[in-house]
Design a protein around this ligand. Sequence first.
Ligand SMILES: [Zn+2]
Length: 337
Amino acid sequence: MKIDCHVHLVGTSEKHGSYVAPRLLRSVAFRYLTWRHGLAGIDDPLERERLYLVRLANLVEASELDRAVLLAFDGVYTATGQLDKPRTGLMIANDSVAHACRKHPNQFLMGASVNPTRADAIDELERVARLGAVLVKLLPNSHGFDPANKRFRPYFRKLAELNLPALIHCGYEHTLPVIDQALGDPDRLRPVLEAGTTVIVAHVGSAGLFHLRETFGRFLQLLNRYPNCYGDISALTNLWRAKYLKQLLNPNTLQRKYGIDLPDVMSRMVHGSDFPIPITPLAFVERTSWRQRRSLNCGRNPLQCDIDLKRLLGVPDHCLTRAHDELGLGRHLDNGN
Ligand SMILES: [Zn+2]
């Protein structure tokens, strides 16, 4: 089964408990995305979300993917574990994603999000597992928690017990409101990995184009040390992160630049696109011909374009099936469902 493990629900409907702060709704990035997906003139948030999902489901269907993991995104919580709406920039509720997955069961898998600081975190993990979640997405920088804090050990042990990998964004966060960038340090994942939880580090822990501290090297050290650590190659076809894909595809660079010997690094990579983040084929101008870039047709189907471009660059096809074959995502569908 070919899976894209990192696709976003850009929802603005609050029907199932989601929330987008007005300041984010007014942001250039959000307005651009709404325009880019032909949703600019639609005022009803519920209808906008429905159309976005129909379009996304059609893109999955028209691609070689079998499923895409649609991601929830939990809010910020107070010291007593209650939702802190004023400090929450974006919340894509688990129920919004569960609802979308029920509507499009042949295209989407549920990627839940449960902030470990919420008072009912363990109960919520059990609930999303019952709803069919295949992983749990976390962004410590914006969720405001330290993965290394002992307090969260039971949470991460629970993830391992439920066979739910944690998809954790490390490095610098560029898009969403941040509480503390230091919480994205990959080294803070060591206790989580030692607890036996499978961790997929989003965007291979890279910092991106504009950042204060590079974190990619520390992600590579985790990969070297822990067999239950993986990286997702989402957003690496975007201009901001293209250099990391080039480095991954050249193990000599990893050795030279970061002093890490990982000749088979791609065998630990999981395919993801980070849709609707745009793809920049021109960022690979030295490795692709004009004719090849033209044939990609990113405008028609960005999900397939992301796969085609990566294939062109030498990303092996086993990255597409690893989420299913090695991490067990979507295995509950294997018996003909
Ligand atoms: Zn993302």
